[in-house]
Design a binder for this molecule. Sequence first.
Ligand SMILES: O=C(O)c1cc(=O)[nH]c(=O)n1[C@@H]1O[C@H](COP(=O)(O)O)[C@@H](O)[C@H]1O
Length: 286
Amino acid sequence: MTAFGTRLRAALDAHGPLCVGIDPHVHLLDEWGMDASAAGVREFGLRVVEAAAGRAGVVKPQVAFFERFGSAGFAALEDVLSAARDAGLVVIADAKRGDIGTTMDGYAAAWLTAGSPLEADAVTLSPYLGADSLRATLTTAVRHDKGAFVLAATSNPEAFALQSAQVVDVAAGDGQTVAERVARDIAWVNGSAAFAGGLGPVGLVVGATVDRAAVGLSDEALRGAPILAPGFGAQGASPEDLPALFGAAASHVVASESRSILSVGPAAIAARIEERAELYREALRG
Ligand SMILES: O=C(O)c1cc(=O)[nH]c(=O)n1[C@@H]1O[C@H](COP(=O)(O)O)[C@@H](O)[C@H]1O
C-alpha cells in the first residue's frame, strides 16, 4: 500500500478539500425515511458513500452514531467502512480515541490494521492523556500506511479556554498554548525523511471556526501535517473562507461538512456534494 499522506494528497488533488461527514443523527434518519436503528444507520451510511464516490475524495463516518446501536451498530459501521474503502474513498473513522499507551494498542489494532473489521485509512485521536501516550499508535499507523488526526484546536467554542491555555515548559523555558504543544509533540512523525516534501501521515484537527492566532497555530506549526478542519457548513465557516483561514496550510486542509450536506436528503445529496466540492476547489484556485 502507498503511504497515507500520498493517498490523501492524491484524493485532495483529484477532488479538492471536501470531506463528507457521515453523521446519521436521529432527526436526519427520520428526514431520510429511515429507522433509528442499526439497519437505518447502515442504509444511511451506504447511501452517503454511494453519493460521495467519485464526487469527493474523503469521507468521515462519526462512530458515535453507529455505536449507539451496540454490536449491530458496529456491524453497520463495518459495512459502511468497507464500502467506502472499496469505492476508493479515503476513510477517516471519527472515533476520537485517547488512553494510556498500552490501551491505545487495542485501538490501533481496531482502526489502523489491515484486515481488522473496523479498518479505516485514518482515525481521530485525543491527546489529552499526553501526546506521548499516542506514540505507539502513531508508529503503528506509519508501519501500516495508515494515518491519524490528533485534536489540537477543535471547532466547538467551549474548547477554547483549555486549548488556548499556556503550558509552562520548564525545560524549554517558554510558554506555548496547549494546541501548539500538541502540534509540536506530534511533529516528529511527519518530520521523518520518508515524508519529506509530501504530506505526512499524522495530521491535526483544527476547526474552521478557530482563531488560529489565538491558539498559537502558525503556518509553521502546521507545516507538513494534513489538517482535518470541521466547522464548515452547519458550524458557520464557508468554503470561500478556506484560504484566509488556513493560509499556507490551505492546500492540505480536509474540509469536513456533515449536516450541511446530509440535511438535503437522499435524492439531492449527490448534487449537493458536487456543488460544495466545487466551491472549495474554486476557493483554492483563488
Ligand atoms: O474530529 C472531528 O471531526 C471534529 C472535531 C472538531 O473539532 N469539531 C467537530 O465538529 N468534529 C466532528 O465533525 C462533525 C461536524 O458535523 P457538522 O457540524 O454537522 O458538520 C461531527 O462529527 C463532529 O464530531
